[in-house]
Design a binder for this molecule. Structure first.
Ligand SMILES: C[S@@+](CC[C@H](N)C(=O)[O-])C[C@H]1O[C@@H](n2cnc3c(N)ncnc32)[C@H](O)[C@@H]1O
Length: 250
């Protein structure tokens, strides 16, 4: 973050989806006065109150925004926010594709399929019975962000895969899952409203959406490699060269 702020000549950090405020607290504490303003954008009103309490020590350098400004110069970070964005579920029965939705049956919810023109971004092959996801909202978010990022960089840390792994024929159940008090399950229709629902990120789709909207993709790596690189080398810099465009299937 410090390198990226330095490279773009700004003290502005923006965090999308700050949750408990844990990342914000660590960034503000470790970056010190380098950060002149830390702006949080989060959908959850109750989490905003938790963030306010946790970050009170940093005074009015921390702000909250309800909408994007016309222009951002600075660094944007999102940790586990792309995986919280809604996805659309698709089901392939071996012959055709269906969009999977939810219907009310008495007091309960149930899945319901209807034929759709929607498709995963790769051609397959797909095994009959495959249920998977597509991520139009996350892609739209990146495109909107690209429109406001005048000079700077955006870092997204998350669970996910490149598309060749995401839509690998063996991943026939998709990645949608729920978390609640350190337990996970795969049934979003149980305990509705009590659980976090998440789906992995299609990093190829995110990179392509960013690129299509005018951003350069400067890198993609696992957290393990990122940390080893950061720990073993002080010469790991935000690149100043023009990165080569990414293509489908890479
Ligand atoms: C797992 S938490 C993030 C944890 C936090 N980034 C950290 O590292 O400490 C996910 C957060 O994303 C927020 N969120 C979900 N969808 C969002 C959206 N479309 N825009 C902004 N925030 C969103 C949720 O309210 C929640 O605060």
């Amino acid at each position: 973050m410090a390198q990226a702020l330095d490279a773009c000549g700004s003290g502005e950090l923006w965090e999308f989806g700050a949750g408990s405020g844990a990342l914000a607290e660590q960034l503000l504490a470790s970056l010190g006065e380098t950060v002149t303003r830390y702006t949080i954008v989060d959908l959850s009103g109750s989490l905003r109150e938790r963030q306010r309490e946790r970050l009170a020590a940093f005074g009015d350098r921390v702000q909250w925004a309800n909408e994007l400004p016309a222009s951002i110069t600075g660094v944007v970070v999102g940790n586990e926010v792309l995986d919280a964005m809604p996805v659309q579920l698709l089901h392939f029965d071996g012959l055709q594709w269906f969009e999977r939705g939810v219907v009310v049956q008495g007091d309960a919810f149930a899945w319901a399929d209807r034929p759709t023109e929607l498709r995963p971004p790769v051609a397959g092959p797909f095994v009959p019975g495959t249920v998977t996801e597509i991520h139009p909202q996350a892609r739209a978010f990146i495109a909107t962000l690209a429109g406001t990022l005048t000079r700077g960089a955006a870092f997204f840390i998350d669970y996910g895969f490149p598309e060749a792994e995401y839509w690998h024929p063996q991943r026939r159940g998709g990645t949608l899952m729920c978390h609640r008090v350190h337990r996970s399950d795969d049934d979003p229709l149980a305990d509705v409203g009590e659980k976090d629902i998440t789906a992995h990120v299609d990093f190829t789709g995110i990179a392509l959406a960013a690129q299509d909207a005018g951003l350069d993709v400067i890198g993609y790596t696992t957290q393990a490699r990122f940390l080893m690189n950061a720990a073993s080398s002080r010469c790991c810099r935000v690149p100043t060269f023009a990165p080569s465009p990414i293509r489908r299937n890479c």
